[in-house]
Design a protein around this ligand. Structure first.
Ligand SMILES: [Zn+2]
Length: 78
């Protein structure tokens, strides 16, 4: 997912509704802002899969859902 946004006079941007729905972000929810090189990263404080964003069926060892882990291993074998 990508979206180009304009920063307003107060430095604000709107996170598009399809992004918020995908990551299950609600009004007044806190998010974490961080910088990585020239990128600004907005992270939810929920545990979610870092590849697909799902919040259910997560691994306890990795920040990924079990479906993505299966897919990674399946591609590694091929
Ligand atoms: Zn996933």
């Amino acid at each position: 997912m990508e979206s180009y946004k304009k920063i307003d006079a107060l430095g604000r941007i709107v996170i598009p509704s399809d992004f918020r729905e995908r990551l299950n972000i609600s009004e007044n929810e806190r998010v974490l802002l961080s910088c990585d090189g020239d990128k600004i990263i907005i992270s939810t404080l929920k545990h979610n899969c870092k590849l697909c964003g799902k919040t259910e069926n997560l691994s306890k060892k990795f920040p990924l859902c079990k479906e993505c882990i299966k897919q990674i291993f399946a591609e590694a074998i091929i």
